[in-house]
Design a binder for this molecule. Sequence first.
Ligand SMILES: C[S@@+](CC[C@H](N)C(=O)[O-])C[C@H]1O[C@@H](n2cnc3c(N)ncnc32)[C@H](O)[C@@H]1O
Length: 344
Amino acid sequence: MDVGRIVCPQPWVLSQRKKKFGPQGDFTTAPNFSALFGQCIAEQLHEVLSQLPMANILEIGPGNGALAATVIETLATLGQPISTYYLLETSPSLQTYQRQHLQSISEHTQTSCQWISEVPENFIGVILANEVIDALPAERFCITDAKTHAYQGVTLKADQWNWEPIPIPTKHQTSFTQLITNHPQCLIHTPYVSEYRPALSEWVTPLYQRLQQGVIVFIDYGYHAAEYYHPERTHGTLRCFYHHQQHDNPLWLPGIQDISVHVDFSALAALATQNKLDILGYCTQANFLINLHILDKFNPQIDSQEALQKLLHPIEMGETVKVLALGKNWPHTLQGLQGRQSIL
Ligand SMILES: C[S@@+](CC[C@H](N)C(=O)[O-])C[C@H]1O[C@@H](n2cnc3c(N)ncnc32)[C@H](O)[C@@H]1O
């Protein structure tokens, strides 16, 4: 199933709903729980930007602009100039919101913010994407037995949306065969339902190729491949959010609720290697933030203890969210990953 295309037959419904983030929306992301998240990211960016010839930041999918706001403010406090803060946002309503939200911050810190529709060529700086890849379209498949593989499509019968097996489209046959060849453990416990993103390469390759020098940081819900395609994960990773309730039925309220599919970090890393990027490290969000001194930054007079828990606790975001950092022409390590590198 193409989550974005089939379950959301009227995409304008999603882009017109203004309150997707925060208490009145469907979900809350890390930068909206607490400014501590953005302060840690800014500390990491400071380390990188201070060693590059141009201090550009490109944030992909900036949502309501909360991360950009904290990063810009914190870097100004740290005395780190930003050449340009680029924002790549596909949703027109979110872009309008970001422009309003960031106007006064960019003015008082004298930071140039620029909205773009594609990654600039020969980019020097840091590229950042927090909880973006889990929102990209994914295909859902079902392995019934060793020989019967199908996509799960969606049909509408008597006003009811239903899952239905559909043949794997010709254009995806190679990528699907490769997935099953690489992960034969998917055949152990059938029926086995899971997801993958055959279009990931199309999305990520321009990023990888247009980075001339610097670092890419992906932060997202996800696993490395052995964990993602674990034989016992027989129901995949697809989750839906509606008014902060989490469930696994994307056929309910199509086009209204938020749908997310975890990220296969091994796939992202493999594509990076193919494009001659270095893997600087992969760790949990908790490890990354602790390395960036979140506990020292925590001030009980200002920061919420509950938000800190949310960011760090293993069953909240602490372990389910991972950080993957990649480098090009970047011969250094990253503070956030110190001593925590694990193999993908
Ligand atoms: C869950 S929100 C995360 C927002 C923000 N990064 C945060 O941490 O609060 C996903 C973001 O990705 C954007 N997005 C969705 N599809 C995208 C795509 N194909 N390319 C770039 N951004 C996309 C959405 O519009 C939204 O801004």
